[in-house]
Design a protein around this ligand. Structure first.
Ligand SMILES: NC(=O)c1ccc[n+]([C@@H]2O[C@H](COP(=O)([O-])OP(=O)(O)OC[C@H]3O[C@@H](n4cnc5c(N)ncnc54)[C@H](O)[C@@H]3O)[C@@H](O)[C@H]2O)c1
Length: 333
């Protein structure tokens, strides 16, 4: 099959590209390289891989889309503070970009679009585990942009009977996770610090926990979603169904690297986004309680739906996943 991955030079997309090439699919990666890297495309010489540098908001993506069977729409802005400090760009890429992909997919009669939403849509939920049927009501720019994009997907499902699968990814980790951006994902950040013998600066007391899922399990469910008829027009949580604490993760990574002596510094949770000072300036600063809530946010996915309908079951334990990402970081960071 010929499969387009928007955002395919980023973390999840580049892993998916390599995985699908291994399964003998033809893969087209479309990315504007704003947050992704060409070196993430480790199979650049594979004749079944095509890379196109383009923005998902560009109407000319029709030239690319008209030649494919399936689309994984993964392009997006996803750093929470970066999104919060530039809502215009966030809504433009995450919402209008999605509208552009869906409208062109409609015109080109694309068999199925698989959209990467996020567990962030559950931002204000207080009962756990989180289930797909909850009425979500997020407020932060990133979370709201994903909810809005999901709503556009629902409109296209209803109005045009298109086949659109929504995946709400929880915290995905693995090789190619970005460690270079100003606010890198937590695991990339601690790996980078420990490999350079720097003391990581963390927030609160480290007992806060989130649902972490290793990339290989995400690739499995993506592959299932290409053809599985039960996936049609469904929304699925993609998490491990287990919550792991910052302390637990830190301890394991430090032990793998033999750096147990480096102890993190814990700061007040309200300082989490202090590298984005514009958010806190003027008469209407971002309220600190939202920042603190973000630090303490607990996530735990119910994955019953994906297990039942897709027969998908995550297999990589936190211990195995952390070992793999640590080995990758030692060789590549
Ligand atoms: N990684 C996670 O834990 C996680 C969790 C929930 C949801 N998601 C979602 O999954 C998707 C992939 O995430 P990721 O971790 O691989 O992120 P990533 O930042 O590594 O990859 C996103 C890619 O999209 C590209 N991109 C951004 N704007 C673009 C535009 N306008 N046109 C074309 N390309 C553009 C970037 O250059 C980048 O390569 C994102 O939509 C993200 O919101 C990720």
């Amino acid at each position: 099959m010929k499969i387009l991955i928007t955002g395919g030079a980023g973390f999840i997309g580049s892993n998916l590209a390599a995985y699908l090439l291994g399964k003998k699919h033809q893969v087209v990666v479309l990315d504007n390289l704003r947050f992704g890297y060409l070196e993430n495309l480790t199979n650049r010489n594979n004749l079944n891989l095509q890379f196109i540098q383009m923005d998902v908001r560009d109407r000319k993506i029709e030239k690319v889309i008209k030649n494919v069977d399936i689309i994984f729409h993964f392009a997006g802005m996803n750093s929470l503070p970066a999104c919060q400090s530039d809502p215009l760009e966030t809504f433009s890429v995450n919402v209008i970009g999605t509208a552009n992909v869906l409208e062109i997919a409609r015109k080109c009669s694309i068999r199925r679009v698989i959209f990467s939403s996020s567990s962030a849509v559950y931002e204000n939920e207080k009962s756990f585990p989180l289930t797909e049927d909850m009425q979500v009501n997020p407020t932060l720019a990133y979370s709201l942009s994903k909810k809005s994009a999901e709503e556009i997907c629902h409109a296209y499902q209803e109005l045009y009977k298109m086949d659109i699968v929504i995946f709400r990814f929880f915290n995905v980790y693995g090789p190619h996770m970005d460690f270079r951006r100003p606010n890198p994902p937590f695991i990339s950040y601690i790996l980078t610090c420990l490999l350079r013998d720097r003391v990581p600066v963390l927030h609160s007391d480290g007992n806060q926990s989130r649902d972490m899922i290793y990339i290989d399990d995400v690739l499995q469910v993506c592959e299932i979603a290409i053809t599985n008829t039960n996936a049609k027009n469904q929304t699925f949580n993609v998490g491990s169904g287990k919550a792991s604490s910052i302390n637990e993760i830190y301890k394991q990574v430090a032990a793998y690297l033999g750096k147990e002596k480096i102890k993190p510094i814990f700061r007040k949770p309200s300082l989490l986004w202090d590298t984005y000072p514009n958010l806190f300036k003027g008469k209407f600063p971002l309220q600190k309680n939202f920042v603190e809530d973000e630090v303490h946010r607990y996530t735990l996915a119910s994955i019953k739906k994906a297990k039942k309908l897709l027969h998908w079951d995550p297999r990589v334990s936190l211990t195995q996943g952390l070992k793999r990402i640590t080995e990758f970081a030692v060789q590549n960071y």
